[in-house]
Design a binder for this molecule. Structure first.
Ligand code: ZN
Length: 270
């Protein structure tokens, strides 16, 4: 499926107006229909992909952790505690992580969180764009970690009980097209957990293409799922730019995912 920018808002296709110029001169716009805020003059997919490469992207994602820490499990304890807490809160409690689930993580970097889930008995696969972090993690953790987008490297449609994408969707140029490929990974009755920062208004990060509100992330997930549950909790660190974390769980019905090529735009398939 091609990445395709909608003529209007990248969530709903609705009309928008320009809101502000970001510190690095990007045009930030807001949708009249769904209140989504986004970069209206985005950089090329190739340039965006370059942002996610190598040591700088890795260390930008993990404050205080470096490539050298990938081989040092003791350095990851507080990170893993926070991430597991985030996931369980999003799901509605630790009891929602059933035994031996099939779990895929989109944007897994070196795969440390997947390793924790594997140690709990789950069957895990992950993908990430970072061409250096993924092989490093694969070597240390011995997991099935792949380089690329879901579309490029995870053809296992309908194979997972749970797909997680924690703080990934705001970096996508075409969130609706991207989300469609993640949904395809789910088995009938499976769940997708998406975490995004909410109500951010500094527009400083060159990595961030989408600025979700509760309304816009609900709208986006609603294109694909029979049922969605939204939960919000404050950022644990007050220095974070995102004011809140929105955790949205999409519950796929027994009929399973939409067919390939479906990106939620009924009658406008590519
Ligand atoms: Zn919209």
């Amino acid at each position: 499926m091609k990445c395709r920018l909608l003529p209007g808002c990248p969530v709903c296709g609705g009309a928008y107006e320009f809101l502000v110029l970001s510190p690095d001169k990007r045009r930030i716009a807001v949708c009249y229909e769904c209140s989504h805020v986004f970069v209206a003059d985005p950089i090329s997919p190739e340039k965006l992909r370059n942002y996610f490469q190598g040591r700088p992207a890795f260390e930008g994602s993990y404050a205080g952790l470096t490539f050298e820490d990938i081989g040092n499990p003791s350095r990851w304890q507080s990170y893993l505690y926070c991430r597991m807490d985030d996931l369980c809160r999003g799901l509605g409690g630790p009891q929602e992580l059933c035994p031996q689930m099939r779990i895929a993580e989109v944007g897994c970097l070196e795969g440390r969180f997947l390793a924790e889930l594997a140690a709990q008995g789950h069957h895990v696969v992950g993908c990430d764009l970072n061409e250096d972090a993924v092989p490093l993690g694969r070597g240390h953790l011995g997991l099935d970690l792949r380089v690329g987008t879901v579309e490029e490297c995870m053809p296992m449609w309908g194979c997972f009980d749970l797909v997680i994408a924690l703080h990934v969707l705001q970096h996508c140029l075409c969130p609706r097209t991207e989300l469609a490929t993640w949904v395809r990974l789910l088995a009938p009755g499976g769940r997708l957990v998406v975490h995004v920062g909410l109500n951010r208004d500094d527009y400083e990060s060159k990595w961030c293409m989408q600025y979700f509100t509760e309304r816009s992330i609900r709208k986006l997930m609603g294109f694909f799922f029979d049922k969605i549950v939204f939960r919000k909790h404050p950022r644990p660190n007050p220095d974070e730019k995102d004011k809140d974390i929105g955790a949205v769980v999409g519950y796929l019905g027994p009929a399973g995912a939409p067919p390939p090529g479906h990106d939620g735009l009924i009658g406008q398939q590519t």
